[in-house]
Design a binder for this molecule. Sequence first.
Ligand SMILES: NC(=O)N[C@@H](O)C(=O)O
Ligand SMILES: [Mn+2]
Ligand SMILES: [Mn+2]
Length: 445
Amino acid sequence: HDDAAARRTMEEFAGFPASDGGDGDRTSSFYVDSDGLQRQIDELASFSDSPAPSVTRVLYSEKDVQARRYIKGIMNQLGLSIREDAVGNIFGRWEGSEAGLGAVATGSHVDAIPFSGKYDGVAGVLGALEAISVLKRSGFKPKRSLEVIMFTSEEPTRFGISCLGSRLMAGSEELSQSLKETVDNQNVSFFDAADSAGYKMHPEDLHNVFLKKDNYFAFIELHIEQGPILEKEGIQIGVVTAIAAPASIKVEFEGNGGHAGAVLMPARNDAGLAAAELALAVEKHVLESGSIDTVGTVGILQVHPGAINSIPSKSHVEIDVRDIDEKRRNNVIEKVHQSAIEISKNRGVVLSEFKIINQDPPALSDKSVISTMEFAAKQLNLDYKLMISRAYHDSLFMARISPMGMIFIPCYKGYSHKPEEYASPEDMANGVKVLALTMGRLSLE
Ligand SMILES: NC(=O)N[C@@H](O)C(=O)O
Ligand SMILES: [Mn+2]
Ligand SMILES: [Mn+2]
């Protein structure tokens, strides 16, 4: 990919001759410090509650606080003005010449589910900060301000709520209410956990997290694809056109438990078997949806008391169902609910909870943001592919308050949510350049 084209574009943007220092010239207009970026990715991965190469970084944990401090350190070095809202969404701003105009924002998350990798979310935070460096190095002067956001809790790990920070930014009254009763599996309340991480707040402060609809002119998120398509097809950039609709359900069964030896099979009301049967029912309904785009996962299945010689008296199941077609997904959810009721009847156990935690609509990327990302990839002579995201992202909610777009880069065998997750420095650099060019261009609109 030739930087000359990018340099010409930057000159058009910036309206001044960019230096043409040639190879290795750190000041050349479009230089990505790949080594520096990789160093940051590795350093951030060290803030983990699980051994390398895995990363575990749960919301408001000590490691999360360390990671937040690390990100603010880089924002400081870049001379960005830093703001944090009540729940700890962190904003680093590069003031534009027309600060009154809606800013162009980018960002992602640094929280990581148990035993995952070091690129999910991180690529879109450290990569975004490097994109700002690229623009600053090129001498670019923004008109609209540029803002890098580190969202609080994209992963649903601690409180079962995904995209907690971006949902609130997008004005989720429902969430601001439910957080008042929300506790984690150690019975720690959301507010006590936030307080332990330095985010002391009162429930009514949650409304201050809400952002106005036209707060941002555009929001773009850089992310690893988390699927195998780009790598398989040898394409460098994914231009995301839509994000699939995620839903998550919590189910609890209660039976009467008892002695594994003394209670004969006909006399049992086994909550564990009810959970197992429901897990298979989820798979059945998803496979019968008639579309490959419907996916269903039982990522959490727990039985109580959890003793080999005790019949499970309680079971806890958490189900993740997604599809790019909201109606088709909701049909599956309804069928799963019917199965849960049937199973509880057939097995004489109580369906003590069937709670839909979230049932979000899919999001569409904004056409003009898409064409700007396509323009940027072309300028950089990078092949790109229009594609949908099956994973959800903070972009799903930012789309509610801002024209949204996402940039995907290939990742090794499409691995994600596991330690083997990997994106090459070259692919990271490509993503950073497309993001920088896209933000630069949108900032001048
Ligand atoms: N991008 C990403 O991994 N988001 C997840 O939280 C998900 O489950 O999709
Ligand atoms: Mn993730
Ligand atoms: Mn992510």
